[in-house]
Each structure stands twice: as C-alpha cells, then as structure tokens.
Ligand binder design. Structure first.
Ligand code: CAA
Length: 283
C-alpha cells in the first residue's frame, strides 16, 4: 500500500515537525489539533523552518510553496475518513490516547493504519482500544523531527507484518532510517536516554557538580551534541518525568526511580525551554 494522504494529530513541536517532513516528501497532510490557534501556530513553525531552508539554498521558493500547499489544517476528527495513515502526536496520557484511538477506529476507513508517536506508552494497550490492533503501530520520531534521522518503529503484540513494512517504507521515503523494536517500556531510545538524563539530575541533586559542569563533561568527554541537562530542558522536564515514571512502573526496578529534583522542578512549573526555565533560564 502506498501512503498518499496522512493525518497528523497534535500540532505541537513534534506534530508540526512530522507534518513538515511528510509534506516535503510530497504527501498530502492534514494537520489536526483541538484548537484553530494551535494548528495555525504549527503551520507558522513549518513555514519558518521551510523559509530557513530557502535562505540556505537547500530548497527553492517554489518547492517551499508546493510543500506548504500539501498541508491542510483541521480541527474536525472526521477528516480521518480520508487518509491512509494517522500519526498521533497528542498528549502523553493513556486515557486520552485510548479514547482518541477508539474514535479514530470508528472514523477511519478499514485500510487506514493508526500510528502513534508516543515516547513510552505501550502500543499494545493503545491498540486494544481499537478493533484493528493489527493496524496499530508505534512511529517514534525524534526532536527536532526535520533534523533527526531516526524513526523507532515499534511493533505491538498484534501488529501485522504488512503494516510494519508500509511504515518502514514510509519512513525511508521521509529520508529517515527506521529501526524495528518491540513493545516494552521506553522502547529502546528512552529506556537508554532517560536513565542517563535522570542520573545527570542526580549528580546535580547530590552536589557532585553544577548543571553546566555535567553538560560540559558529557559534551566534551563523550561527544554528545548537547549535554543531558540542556537536552532535558529541550525535551521538557514534564516529559522526562513522565517517561521515568513509565519505566519505573513498567519494570518495577529502583534503578528507574525519578530523581526528587526532577519532581521538584516539574511541581514548580520549571519545565525547561518551553516555560523559560528548567536547569537553565531562557529569554
Ligand atoms: N527544528 C528544525 N530545525 C532545527 C531545530 C528545530 N527545532 N533545531 C535545530 N535545527 C536545525 C538548525 O536550523 C540547523 O540547521 P542548518 O544547518 O540549516 O543551520 C541544524 O539543525 C543544526 O542546528 P544548530 O547549528 O543550531 O545547532 P546544533 O549543531 O547543536 O544542532 C541539534 C542542533 C540538531 C538539536 C543538536 O544539538 C542535537 O542533535 N541535539 C540532540 C538532539 C536529541 O538528542 N534529540 C532526541 C531527543 S529525545 C526525543 O526526541 C525522543 C523522546 O521521546 C523524548
């Protein structure tokens, strides 16, 4: 099956990035969110990113306009009746995702694949909210989506081989490298990344070093493009905490215990770059 039309649910940082890469690869995209102002903001972000590509001579103005013309904005979930795949990038909450997938299952045609960009929630449980668990799959993009090459493709217990193949081919069409993983808490990416970030927070909490020193060690010593605390601020400290809690609950092992300092920052509303303050302060 060739994917011609995609619906992306959630027009935040991840959703707008996912919509952008599909439009750039020549597919029709419906960018959906609950409020008009949110989808408008998502489109503005895409326009800004594409304008930068034109300024850098990586794209012509005409190619930019063609990509933008592929994108349609939506606040009506019924639009899922016209697409070959839905990629959900909404809030990380199992109850909300299950409800959404139940609705999508009712609206979308029988051939439509229902994918989720969840960073750690079980694909198998999301799939159980539908009558088509064989067509439900994890398609986990990395932030910033237009730049990062990986798509972690997560098979739920019932995901069909044909569905996996379609998503693999789609990821390659986007210029990304798909990597197949099975459905366990945090998959591979966040099972490895988040404990590292959590440990970095513990080193600050225990007074081993300042955030700047921790980041410098990891950047210069391990060649990471960003230190773990800068990265945590970039991802969002609420998301980091949520993923650590999912790992802790899923494996029951104390090595996944979220650092109390992470909890404290989230309670304070210091969620990182998006709120202007996390381990660092932003303008
Ligand atoms: N959207 C689009 N493009 C972006 C961008 C964004 N948000 N942020 C940076 N870029 C682009 C820049 O425009 C720049 O492109 P040009 O070459 O056209 O100038 C390019 O990326 C490089 O940016 P910079 O030169 O400003 O800075 P950099 O070299 O430090 O690169 C980075 C930025 C790519 C973000 C790099 O710091 C990096 O790789 N950081 C780590 C990112 C990472 O680990 N992501 C995974 C997070 S975990 C996740 O997403 C999963 C989850 O479930 C939590």
């Amino acid at each position: 099956m060739e994917i011609k039309k995609v619906m992306v649910i959630g027009a935040g940082q991840m959703g707008s990035g996912i919509a952008q890469v599909h439009a750039m690869a020549g597919m029709k995209v419906i960018l959906h969110d609950l409020k008009e102002e949110v989808v408008e903001r998502g489109l503005a972000q895409i326009t800004k990113n594409l304008t930068r590509q034109v300024e850098k001579n990586r794209m012509t103005e005409e190619e930019k306009q063609t990509a933008l013309s592929q994108i349609e904005l939506s606040t009506d979930l019924q639009n899922a009746s016209e697409v070959d795949i839905v990629i959900e990038a909404a809030i990380e909450n199992m109850k909300i995702k299950s409800q959404l997938f139940t609705e999508l299952d009712q609206i979308a045609p029988a051939h439509t694949i229902l994918a989720t960009n969840t960073s750690s929630l079980p694909i198998t449980e999301i799939a159980a909210a539908t009558t088509r668990p064989e067509k439900v799959i994890g398609m986990h993009f990395m932030n910033p989506v237009p730049v990062m090459k990986l798509v972690e493709v997560i098979r739920g217990l019932a995901t069909a081989d044909e569905v996996y193949e379609v998503v693999r081919a789609l990821s390659m069409k986007l210029g990304k490298t798909p990597v197949e993983v099975n459905d366990f808490p945090g998959f591979v990416s966040n099972r490895i990344l988040m404990p590292m970030i959590n440990e970095a927070i513990f080193t600050v909490y225990e007074g081993v070093a300042t955030p700047e020193a921790v980041d410098e060690v990891m950047k210069l010593g391990m060649n990471h493009p960003m230190g773990p605390l800068t990265l945590a601020d970039f991802i969002g400290l609420d998301t980091c905490l949520y993923i650590m809690e999912t790992l802790h609950e899923g494996f029951g092992d104390d090595k996944y215990r979220p650092c109390p300092l992470l909890r404290k920052y989230v309670k304070a509303g210091w969620l990182g770059k998006k709120t202007g303050r996390g381990f660092y302060q932003y303008e």
